[in-house]
Design a protein around this ligand. Structure first.
Ligand code: NAI
Ligand code: MG
Length: 394
């Protein structure tokens, strides 16, 4: 029997193209695992009225380790219209299976490394005062709280009377008190101290383990005094247990400005859900964007690793496929890190780095080509060719 069992959830669109590529690399690196397929995504919604079927939940509960491709999701009207006729009008409601998975298994730590590979033509460059250019070394790892904050899902248009009455007890609600319900939308930003402590502790632990000099808490406590205030308090409290590691504090708005000014100054960043979502995408853009952006959703028991990109339906039908498998393969490497197989994970990343540095094999995004069937003719490597180049380096 294999040492690990990994639940593989390719999902929709290009998820089905990139996930098998990651499995090829995991097999080649000698990861002692077996893989069980699980359904997730739009087809499950259409045919079953549930994008995250119970059987998939069961498999994750049992094996605790997931590798996920991407899913398609569509606005409410399209979701209802595409539901199988027999299921329509029966009260089925679409929920994002990723958000459901995070909430169900308490995957409250989202880990997003944004680390540049030397030689990647998509890396951010900056103009020097003398007119030349320089490429700052970006080595940032974002810890995003994954289950609370503005994405907790507590929201209304036309909030019920009890909610309005509760809001009216706050004096700052006065300007909104007479707004007709259908013109009033409210999303609640919820932060809890235990979750704030957990995400901050995860960030500091990581900084300690991998030798980062500091952790930056990126919030907005001067305005969001309660919620961002609680995040910052938690960071300060946790920091006391890590005397060798500095705690810096930035505001999310200023941080996005400094992003391109001095990205090399940042290491580990910790933030609540929405701010972490924003800042991790922003840093990912400096190191190649969606073709390179990997992530982990980590809970106390279950962990699921996935590229940040979606199902890219435009490209899902291309034969051969052209999308970059690196984000998915890096996600698989994060899974290896998570189970303590660091040497194998590093071997995978080294092989990717070697392919990028050599510059002979480049996917269409790396060549800045418009994605389409022509990309291959214009010199882009196919999805499979990119994987083969990586395998060859291993
Ligand atoms: P997307 O990430 O699927 O694609 C946006 C664009 O990014 C693509 O058109 C392509 O140009 C580029 N891209 C994405 N992955 C790439 C790769 N591996 N290599 C090279 N280029 C790549 O986002 P979009 O188009 O906004 O959404 C499409 C569907 O995916 C929607 O239904 C959306 O809801 C869903 N989605 C799912 C996510 C997930 O499963 N985690 C995340 C984001 C969107
Ligand atoms: Mg995002």
């Amino acid at each position: 029997m294999a040492k690990y069992t990994v639940v593989t959830m390719p999902g929709d669109g290009i998820g089905n193209q990139v996930l098998p590529e990651a499995l090829k690399v995991l097999r080649a690196v000698g990861f002692d695992a077996e893989y069980v397929h699980a359904d997730i995504g739009w087809e499950c919604w259409r045919n079953e009225g549930n994008a995250l079927p119970e059987r998939t939940i069961e498999l994750l509960r049992k094996h605790r380790l997931g590798l996920f491709g991407a899913i398609t999701s569509k606005p409410k009207k399209a979701a209802d219209a595409e539901l199988k006729p027999e299921l329509r009008g029966k009260g089925y409601q679409y929920f994002s299976p990723i958000v459901s998975m995070r909430q169900l298994f308490g995957l409250d730590i989202c880990l997003r490394p944004c680390i540049g590979f030397p030689g990647n033509p998509l890396n951010f460059i900056r103009k020097r005062p003398d007119g030349g250019y320089e490429e700052p070394e970006v080595d940032v790892v974002v810890f995003r709280q994954n289950t609370e904050g503005l994405y907790a899902g507590v929201e209304w248009t036309n909030p019920p009377e009890e909610v309005r009455a509760a809001l009216a007890t706050h004096k700052k609600f006065a300007p909104f008190a007479n707004m007709p319900g259908e013109d009033l939308a409210v999303s609640v930003r919820i932060i809890t101290r235990p979750a704030a402590r957990r995400i901050c502790t995860a960030a500091f632990e990581y900084a300690k383990k991998f030798g980062y000099k500091g952790v930056t808490i990126c919030e907005k406590p001067n305005v969001l005094r309660e919620t961002s205030g609680m995040m910052e308090d938690a960071a300060k409290e946790v920091a006391k247990n890590y005397p060798g590691i500095a705690l810096w504090s930035t505001n999310i708005d200023a941080q996005t400005m400094w992003l391109t000014k001095n990205p090399e100054d940042y290491g580990v960043i910790v933030a609540s859900n929405l701010f972490g979502d924003v800042i991790s995408d922003a840093f990912a853009g400096l190191v190649g964007g969606l073709g390179f952006a990997a992530s982990g959703n980590i809970g106390a028991e279950v962990a699921v690793f996935e590229p940040t990109h979606g199902s890219a339906p435009k490209y899902a039908e291309l034969d051969p496929p052209i999308v970059n498998p690196i984000a998915m393969i890096l996600s698989a490497a994060m899974l290896l890190d998570h189970v303590g197989e660091r040497e194998k994970a590093n071997r995978m990343r080294k092989a990717i780095a070697a392919v990028i540095a050599e510059g002979k094999v480049r996917s269409y995004d790396m060549l800045r080509l418009p994605g389409g069937a022509d990309a291959i003719k214009l010199g882009a490597a196919s999805t499979t060719q990119m994987t083969e180049a990586i395998l060859a380096k291993m």
